[in-house]
Every structure is written in structure tokens, then in C-alpha cells.
Design a protein around this ligand. Sequence first.
Ligand SMILES: Cc1cc2nc3c(=O)[nH]c(=O)nc-3n(C[C@H](O)[C@H](O)[C@H](O)COP(=O)(O)OP(=O)(O)OC[C@H]3O[C@@H](n4cnc5c(N)ncnc54)[C@H](O)[C@@H]3O)c2cc1C
Length: 354
Amino acid sequence: MKILIIGAGPTGLSAALGLAEKGIICDVVEKRDAPSALSRAVGIMPVTRNHLAPSGVAEAILREGMPIRKFALNRGKKSLLDLDLSATLTPEQSMTALPQNRTESLIAEAAIARGVKIKYGVALTQIETTGQAATVTFADGSRATYDWVIASDGKNSVVRTQLGIPYPGIDLPETWSIADVDVAEGFDSEQIKLWVQGVDGIFILAIPIEHQRMRMASCTEDCMRDVPEKPDVRHIRRTGTFKISVRQAETYRKGRVLLAGDAAHCHSPVGGRGMNLGIDDGFAVARCLAEGTVDSYSADRHAFGEAVIKKTERMRKMLTSQSLFNRTVLNIVTGLVGRAKRAQRMFIRALTTF
Ligand SMILES: Cc1cc2nc3c(=O)[nH]c(=O)nc-3n(C[C@H](O)[C@H](O)[C@H](O)COP(=O)(O)OP(=O)(O)OC[C@H]3O[C@@H](n4cnc5c(N)ncnc54)[C@H](O)[C@@H]3O)c2cc1C
């Protein structure tokens, strides 16, 4: 079976690794000249690490990353929740914080060790598909035909556009921002801090990336300006703004082409599900191709993705809401989580599973 993967982000690399683990070595092309150096997604959920356990990548992620075991939720200057579960939650049960480029490198190394070749600097420009094969054209004009093509070419997928697969949804009006900064000693590298339901629905997040490195993100144009508790910043590695769309492809399959990852869905970073869902898609598409169950891929993954999008949207709306009802609900929930062990287990489950 001849398979081509378009895009060496976390989704494409996971699909390549998943196929290689089942004895299928595919081609991977990536338009960037080299692996990405961007820290984008930070949180890796335990369920995602399960996929990466047989290859040893999960162990490497645990070794290199930071377990997130403390949670602080504030509304303005008022603390709603201050939870320290470092005594009860093992690193294996926790979300791990690691910059996305490191996660991608670890998955790529495992795929390469199993025989996968990733061709950098190769961009797909055109694709056609029938019920039996897919033919691709690259930027240099060369063409090739494959039994299957996995399109993991991200949110602005050329493949999805060329095949005319609708990507319905909405574009959120506000501009979001991120900052990746080095901070002074004393920074708690196991704690996520959130400021929610702020003035005008402001939501701000601060999550550790490494021992003295932190990611801030907000639904405003300048998270560093708007964060209520200023961190002791020693060096700014990167700041930026971005727009958020909430969209899902109408189908994940056309002929012999299968969409996966952001090419098939996108949503807000609230809840940190984007990369995790992409890795999950990658292993799912690999399993379907290797086990001959590809006919169920589109319907199954569409339903799963739809549920994840709904959950992240519920979280986003709750955390940016100013309605009295939502503020009251959050007061009650955080009050329960702060007091009851059972509620804490449910809270952790909600944070660390899809
Ligand atoms: C600022 C920010 C913060 C985020 N934080 C989180 C988080 O905390 N947790 C989380 O889970 N998610 C997060 N995400 C989302 C996460 O980064 C994405 O969901 C994830 O990268 C999707 O992976 P992917 O492989 O599907 O797509 P991408 O990572 O976009 O990879 C697609 C790859 O395809 C390549 N490509 C594109 N077109 C072509 C072509 N024509 N030919 C060849 N190659 C091509 C691209 O160069 C790229 O390398 C964040 C995103 C952003 C922007």
C-alpha cells in the first residue's frame, strides 16, 4: 500500500509513526525547509501519551515535560479555586507541559527510527482523486500517484480547498494574543493560572512550558499588558496575535484522500485540545488504513471531532461569560471542586480527557 502524508505537524507525524508501528512505511512531505521551532501547543493529555507509549515517546515526554498539578482560577483579584494536587496526582495521571516543537521532534525521531523519511521543502500544489487512487503535483512540477493520501496540512489545507470539501463554521471577531517568556526563579512550574469572566469577558491563561519559561494567552490583543498578576519577565522569546475560527470539514474523506488534524477541524485554544485531537486523528487514520476499516474513518472521526469542538466551545463561552447565571454556576462548581475529593477527580478528568 503506497501512502503519502502531506504536512509534518503533530498530526502527520503521528500518522506516519502509527503506520510505521504497523509495518507500513509511507512518504511524508513538508513545505517548510526544516522542522518548526514554534512552541504553539503546550499541554499533552494522558490519553494522547497512551498512543505514544509503545514507541517510547510518551516516556520521553514525561522526562522532558512538566506535570501540571496545580490549578488557580481567579475572577479579577478574587480567587475562585486554588488547587494543589501534587501529592495525589502522579505525573502519569497529569497533563504534561512541553513546547509543541519538542513534541514534534520526539515523534519525528521515533518515526525516522522506524524507517520513515520526511522530505522538507516539498510543497503539494495540486491533488486529484478517484475511487482507486490520488495523484499529487508538487511545487517543482513533479507528479506521483498513491493508493491513499493523508491530508494533515493544517487549518488552511490546500488539499481540502482543492477537493472542494466545505469547512463550515464561524470566525470569532476578537483578536487573541500569546507571549512566550522566560521568568525569574521562584516561578511555580507545575501551576496553570486562569483569569476568567473578567471585565468585557476577558480570559487570560498562564501555563508553564519549562522550569523558568511561561506561556501567556488571552482573548485580548496584549496578554502581557492585561494579565492581572505581572510575572517577573527576564526575556521575551515571542509575542503574537492570532484569530480563532471554529470550523469542521463536512467530510473527512473524498475518494482516496483522508483529512486529519487542523485540516479537518479547528477551534479555540481553551482547553488545549487542538494538538491532542490532531495526534488522536493521526493514530486513528493509521489504524484504519492498517486494519482495513477506512470506510468508517470519516463518520467516526467527524462525530468525535464534533463532540470535542462542542466541549471547547462550552468552556470558552463559560470562561469568557459575564452573565450572572454563568458566574453563579462557576462559583458553585469551583466551590465544590475546592472542597470535595470526588469533584476534584471529575474536574481533573474533564481537563485531561477529550
Ligand atoms: C498560538 C497557538 C497556541 C496553541 N495552543 C495549543 C495548546 O495549548 N494545546 C493544543 O492541543 N493545541 C494548541 N494549539 C493548536 C495546535 O497548535 C494545532 O491544533 C496543531 O498544530 C495541529 O496540528 P496539525 O499537524 O494538524 O497542523 P499544523 O501543526 O498546522 O501542521 C500542518 C503542517 O503542514 C504543512 N503544510 C501545509 N501546507 C502544505 C503543503 N501544501 N505541502 C506540504 N506541507 C504543507 C505545514 O507547513 C505544517 O507543518 C495552538 C495553536 C496556536 C496557533
